[in-house]
Design a protein around this ligand. Structure first.
Ligand SMILES: Cc1cc2nc3c(=O)[nH]c(=O)nc-3n(C[C@H](O)[C@H](O)[C@H](O)COP(=O)(O)OP(=O)(O)OC[C@H]3O[C@@H](n4cnc5c(N)ncnc54)[C@H](O)[C@@H]3O)c2cc1C
Length: 544
């Protein structure tokens, strides 16, 4: 029987697992925590699709154009076309699995406006779209678990891939319950590990998504793409642990951004961009907010209690819980924060990386969003990419006998043991905090060559410190060995940003503020044991 190893159990991993199982492929689904605790459950705003009952004038062609334009034409046209054309089928499939979308009194699905979209096409499930989709996929996965086709492994993390001659034969996992590594052979490995939040520490996302898997596979030969494009969401509020997202739905329902000067409200986005100012793409709003000296506020109070309670209850609750703000009467003080990573594994049209039989789906793969993602498109891409990879895997012959990885496995095991006895004054979390602080200050909404060089030199210093890491009993075992991968990914990210000497989408260089045709291609970065090789994908090797 064909066997697939899916690493990560958010929406993209689950979508892939369920689709593989439908084809009779056996899936081992691995994650440190259950799907119900993946970042995917945080998605509140909704999922985009153009369905038969769309706004007058809307069309799949318009969704494609909005997505490409929002991404500054770096998203692959063929890939984006496939994504948007499949929106309706994905929505129907989710409804079939039991996802309950919000409907009006006539039972018609409700949709809302999101930034950068010409029409309202974001469908939602009250304030818990991500949770509803995850629940539906979990129920479906359970059905296949009962049939023995899906095996869910919790408290289990990716450590490294088993690669020989450019082909992936499986992965070395770390089982945190047994406290030991475990090699798993498979006909295909699918990475579905989400974003790279640990690079920046406090973000709107989950700390489970630390980027280690990308960093480690990069060190093992996987090409990465467009790492410099990191989305800052304009409306977040700070809490001691993380940034809480004030969903774009708040502006989609009519919320207005302003700051105060001399006691007067200045609606700066509307003044500059007109009626749709508050729904400009996230990169544009975040930059405009960065240029404002005063505190920026989001006002939804005038929408009234009924609409807020019906359509924005999570915004109401987050503000009350984390900011003691009564949104019925008070504006919300907001500021931008890291939210989404457009970059990730470079993948071909079927979501296979440059390493044969190693696939990547969901947020960890770079494919559809180009230089900036539109709200609501990520859940769609997570569902779609999981399905695309599954279809490809199901249609392929089995890989055949794997070479002997015994030597590699024992070397990796020895390195883990060394880590546990190494002695250095620096605990892991201290280095991770230093990294996040440096990345926030050197790779923010606005960068320049000097700040990026400073960032690179900080990361190189931290890499040298990490060599002599002290085992840190206060963190999960896996966190102890993940550091070098995370730092290497950070170094690669800074390198990509340094190489793109222009401004485009979420990448803004104050020393190169214009968009240049010369850079109208994706960035590809590879690693060969010490040097970081960056090139523009002029041949469209990874875009189709
Ligand atoms: C607050 C918030 C709100 C959002 N709202 C929306 C929205 O309304 N609409 C929209 O389209 N998008 C939204 N997004 C983005 C969207 O939710 C994510 O991009 C999407 O859910 C990612 O799904 P995924 O399956 O790729 O990854 P995730 O859901 O992040 O899952 C990653 C999985 O990988 C596992 N993992 C990570 N590292 C390892 C490892 N080393 N070994 C094993 N497992 C590992 C994790 O535990 C997890 O199971 C939002 C994001 C945030 C943070």
């Amino acid at each position: 029987m064909k066997r697939v190893l899916v690493i990560g159990s958010g929406i993209s991993g689950m979508a892939c697992a369920v689709r593989c199982a439908r084809h009779g492929v056996h899936v081992m689904l691995v994650s440190p925590d259950p799907s119900e605790r993946s970042q995917s459950i945080m998605a509140a705003g909704g999922i985009n699709a153009v369905i038969a009952d769309c706004d007058a004038g809307d069309s799949v062609a318009c969704h494609i154009e909005d997505t490409l334009k929002g991404g500054c034409y770096l998203g692959g046209r063929r890939a984006v076309t496939g994504l948007c054309e499949n929106g309706e089928e994905i929505l129907k499939m989710l409804v079939g699995l039991g996802t309950v979308f919000s409907v009006d009194k006539q039972g018609q699905p409700l949709r809302r406006a999101f930034g950068g979209q010409t029409y309202k096409r974001t469908y939602y499930c009250g304030a818990s779209t991500g949770k509803q989709i995850v629940s539906a996929l979990v129920m479906e996965a359970r059905r296949f678990e009962a049939e023995g086709l899906i095996e869910r492994r919790l408290r289990c993390c990716f450590h490294s891939a088993l690669i020989h001659d450019g082909v992936c034969y499986g992965a070395l996992l770390y089982d945190e319950t047994a406290n030991k590594p475990e090699a798993v052979l498979a006909d295909a490995v699918v990475m579905a590990t989400g974003g790279q939040n640990a690079l920046f520490g406090k973000t709107t996302g989950s700390t489970q998504c630390d980027g280690y898997a990308e960093g480690r596979l990069f060190m093992q030969g996987a090409a990465l793409k467009n790492l410099e494009f990191i989305q800052f969401h304009p409306t977040t509020i700070e809490t001691p642990q993380k940034r809480m997202l004030i969903s774009e739905a708040a502006r989609g329902e009519g919320g207005r951004l302003f700051y105060e000067r001399d006691g007067k409200r200045i609606y700066f986005m509307e003044e500059k961009y007109g009626a749709k100012g508050n729904l400009m793409t996230r990169d544009v709003i975040s930059r405009e907010m960065g240029a404002v000296k005063e505190q920026v506020y989001l006002d939804i109070s005038f929408l009234g209690k009924k609409l807020i309670d019906e359509r924005l209850p999570e915004v109401r609750d987050i503000c009350a819980k984390y900011g003691s703000i009564d949104v019925y009467t008070q504006p919300i003080p907001v500021s931008p924060s890291v939210h989404f990573f457009m970059g990730g594994f470079a993948v071909h049209s079927h979501h296979e990386t440059n390493i044969r039989s190693l696939f990547a789906v969901g947020e960890c793969a770079s494919m559809y969003h180009g230089a900036n993602r539109l709200g609501g498109n990520s859940l769609l891409a997570a569902m779609y990419s999981g399905g695309v990879a599954a279809e490809e895997i199901a249609g392929r012959p089995e890989v055949g006998r794997a070479p002997d990885f015994g030597k590699f496995i024992s070397q990796e095991y020895d390195k883990m043991q060394e880590r546990q006895s190494a002695d250095s004054p620096f605990p892991v979390m201290y280095i991770r905090d230093m990294l996040a602080e440096s990345m926030r200050s050197h790779m923010g909404i606005v960068r320049d060559e000097k700040s990026l060089d400073e960032g690179i030199s900080d990361v190189e210093h931290l890499l040298s410190v990490a060599e002599h890491l002290r085992y840190d009993s206060s963190v999960r075992h896996y966190t102890n060995y993940s550091l070098t991968g995370i730092l290497t990914l950070a170094r690669a990210t800074l390198q990509c940003a340094r190489s793109r000497k222009e401004s485009r989408g979420a990448h803004y260089r104050s020393d190169a503020p214009k968009t240049s045709d010369e850079y109208g291609f994706s960035t590809i970065i590879t690693y060969d044991g010490g040097s970081y090789n960056v090139r523009l994908d002029k041949e469209h090797e990874y875009e189709s």
